[in-house]
Design a protein around this ligand. Structure first.
Ligand code: B1M
Length: 214
């Protein structure tokens, strides 16, 4: 198989052997971020489709996710970094009940490489942990990720909790596959008394962070 097809296949098949050699070859031709966005994420998309249609079982999805994580970790040092003063701080978490963290960790990498301090709390984080961390760390923004449909409900509850704790002065950034722009910026914006925005991907997350901090 040609290199790009082979790399995508590695994600789909969950095959780590020879991964680093292929990534080295890829890095000689394209920037790290482009390899992630255009090749590896394409592989994860196929995994999602295969799993969704019952053609792939969960343990194999897990293997694919492991290869994806390994590849991203390998590529991270090759990504462009903006040095200089810290632009702001975000507390970032995958919400309660949700284990998906590949997207959240990409957001972490993109924001960290572009001058933000990211306090990454990890997965399955209850709202109290997220809100307490935001206060303790003096965060400028709260970021929540979730991929399950039920996580969209959890996010709504979290925003309600922020209202009742008087924490609506924190701008909130939301992302993850189950969300839509309309749900966040219309439905959830009606619930939350502060500002809540939807990021389709990590780059939109970065643009919104810049806008929040402006
Ligand atoms: Co799960 N899973 N999974 N899974 N999984 C989905 C989400 C699913 C859509 C698959 C499917 O059915 N087609 C489906 C959800 C269906 C639903 O809710 N209606 C699903 C399911 C059902 C499940 C389980 C329930 C399966 C089971 O146990 N029977 C289970 C849930 C466990 C739980 O959470 N309690 C489960 C488990 C898993 C694995 C552990 C095997 C693994 C996760 C491993 C890991 O993350 N460490 C996994 C995976 C890998 C997926 C798919 C295939 C891929 C997700 C992924 O990593 N995508 C996924 C299919 C899909 O998403 N279509 C699926 C790549 C990643 C980069 O994209 O996270 O969307 P994403 O991030 C994007 C943007 O959304 C955005 O930026 C990123 C790109 O730049 N973004 C943000 C994300 N967060 C952001 C936050 C921001 C800003 C932008 O600011 C704060």
């Amino acid at each position: 198989l040609p290199l790009w097809e082979r790399l995508k296949r590695r994600i789909i098949d969950g095959e780590k052997k020879g991964l680093e050699t292929d990534l080295d070859d890829a890095l000689a031709q394209r920037p790290a971020l482009e390899i992630i966005n255009e090749v590896l994420l394409d592989g994860m998309k196929t995994v999602g489709e295969l799993f969704g249609s019952g053609q792939m079982q969960l343990p194999f999805v897990l293997q694919s996710a492991e290869v994806m994580k390994t590849a991203v970790a390998y590529l991270e040092p090759y990504m462009d970094r903006v040095d200089g003063e810290t632009k702001g701080r975000i507390v970032l978490a995958t919400v309660k009940g949700d284990v998906h963290d590949i997207g959240k960790n990409l957001v972490d990498i993109i924001l960290s490489n572009n001058g933000y301090q990211v306090v990454n709390l990890g997965i399955k984080q209850p709202v109290s942990t997220i809100l307490e961390a935001a206060e303790e760390q003096k965060a400028d923004v709260i970021g929540m990720s979730g991929l399950l449909v039920k996580s969209t409900v959890v996010m709504k509850e979290n925003l309600e909790e922020m209202n009742s704790r008087g924490m609506s002065d924190y701008p909130v950034l939301l992302g993850g596959a189950a969300l839509t722009r309309a749900y966040v910026e219309q439905d959830l914006a009606e619930v939350f008394t502060g500002e809540v925005r939807y990021a389709r991907d990590a780059f939109e997350g970065l643009r919104l962070m810049d806008a929040f901090m402006a």
